[in-house]
Design a binder for this molecule. Structure first.
Ligand SMILES: [Zn+2]
Length: 468
């Protein structure tokens, strides 16, 4: 109901707009409330097309000439709390946004006097309503049996399509823009169906992958692997990732010999994914992006043997020699090799509470040390991680738990350490945020690095891991 009301309120504003001679330029401006950084960066695909600094009122503007109609995205914020949202531009658009970093997605409102604004608002509206539905679907709907699940998802999709049709009957929107709106609806719901076998199993413990009705995946006839204008649309990209994962598991169940199936592990499944992307996807940029996604996830999360990691990277190079993200992945691979078990702890300097520098290597010397990480940007995480570290220091008395703060100013950091009553001797602050994130491959804040006498034991553990 809320959504319908929203759409009509836009129509009210737009009703009086008359068709003007279209200029070639796009004007994009806005204000950021509670900025976490001083810049806004605008992207087309993975390329930066422009960036600008906020002025003293936290406002920014871009005057863009000669840009193609289509989907762009912009980012604001620092490493740990980088926010991203997409925006649709058409020649002649003048789009203003206002957003609050404390509630980035909810606060985003587009306004403007050309056709781009209503599509942008429609996209953000869809995105927010999906966030609400997603919780319900994960909590309950995935437990439904296949036919009931399909009917439920199809009915949600129909409602969204009706909203879109209502919008289209009132305002004039270009064909490309219509396709993007339609795709953002379709692929969101197709994605749930791709996830269904995995999530259903989590709910009920039953493997339904071989017992799905014949028409369960009928929508796959409608999907496209070469819609370059959708490459950076989040629902499309997310769908592709889930689709490849689902097909990989299905292929493994049907095609692999019994040896292959019983040795099913990270490496095996991820090599299935590489091979599927290779055979299925033709559009070069989508293909590169999907290869990249598989490689980065495998490298950051696999916690696999050095030998397996090498096999994977060889396969990646073989299949995607000229990948546009090749350098990024090779660099990550080099860093991952340096933090394998028995390697020396990287020689990264951190500051103690008195501002004195000391390296991680020295902190771990002659001791067993578990490094964990936190930032003032996530207070809830800080509260939980401190509790967990305290619990672990009581149960694992041979280890010392050392907190490393990233990206917090000196005064806030000291204040948080004092207020939480932490042992100051065991708290340090990273000097170079980017260096430590990259060297230790920190992809999430529950990660911990287990060391003994300046040597790595496990750089891919988690402070909540049962194996710790
Ligand atoms: Zn297999």
């Amino acid at each position: 109901m809320k959504k319908i009301a929203l759409i009509f309120s836009f129509l009210g504003v737009l009703g009086c707009v008359t068709q003007k001679e279209k200029s070639e330029n796009v004007f994009f401006a806005g204000q950021i409330v509670n900025p976490t950084d001083n810049a806004v960066v605008l992207y087309s695909g993975d390329k930066v097309i422009d960036s600008t600094l906020l002025d003293k009122n936290n406002r920014f503007s871009f005057q863009l000439s000669n840009i193609k109609d289509g989907l762009y995205h912009f980012e604001h914020g620092n490493g740990l709390k980088k926010e991203l949202q997409y925006v649709y531009f058409e020649k002649g658009d003048s789009i203003q946004i206002r957003l609050n970093t404390l509630d980035f997605d909810e606060s985003l409102v587009f306004s403007g006097n050309e056709s781009g604004a209503e599509l942008n608002n429609f996209l953000i509206d869809m995105f927010l309503s999906h966030e609400e539905e997603e919780q319900m679907i994960y909590r309950q709907v995935y437990s439904y049996e296949p036919n009931q699940f399909s009917r439920f998802i199809d009915s949600l999709r129909s409602l969204k399509i009706s909203s879109l049709n209502a919008l289209l009957s009132e305002v004039e929107i270009s064909k490309t823009a219509q396709n993007i709106a339609q795709a953002s609806i379709d692929y969101s719901y197709f994605n749930y169906k791709e996830e269904y076998p995995f999530q259903h199993k989590r709910h009920l413990g039953q493997n339904v992958i071989k017992n799905l009705p014949v028409d369960f995946y009928d929508y796959r006839k409608e999907i496209g692997y070469s819609n370059s204008h959708l490459n950076y649309l989040r629902p499309y990209h997310d769908f592709m990732k889930a689709h490849i994962k689902n097909l990989s598991f299905a292929n493994c169940s049907f095609d692999c010999d019994s040896v292959g199936r019983t040795t099913r592990n990270h490496l095996h499944v991820n090599r299935h994914k590489l091979s599927l992307i290779d055979s299925l996807v033709e559009e070069a940029e989508l293909k590169d992006n999907l290869f990249r996604n598989v490689a980065i996830n495998y490298l950051l999360m696999a916690n696999d043997s050095e030998e397996n990691i090498e096999t994977f990277i060889d396969d990646f190079r073989f299949r995607s020699e000229n990948n546009r993200h090749r350098e990024e992945i090779e660099n990550l691979y080099e860093r991952i090799k340096k933090i394998q078990p028995q390697q020396e702890v990287p020689n990264i300097k951190v500051a103690n509470i008195d501002g004195k520098n000391i390296s991680l290597r020295d902190i771990s010397k002659d001791k067993k040390v578990v490094f964990y990480f936190w930032s003032a940007a996530d207070k809830k995480h800080f509260k939980n991680i401190v509790k967990q570290a305290r619990h672990l220091s009581n149960t694992k008395k041979d280890y010392i738990f050392v907190g490393i703060n990233i990206r917090t100013d000196q005064a806030t950091w000291k204040g948080m350490v004092a207020t939480a009553g932490l042992n100051k001797e065991l708290q340090y602050k990273a000097n170079d945020f980017d260096e430590i994130m990259k060297s230790l491959a920190i992809s999430h804040l529950n990660k911990c690095v287990i060391t003994e006498n300046a040597t790595i034991l496990n750089a891919f553990s988690d402070l909540y891991a049962t194996s710790l």
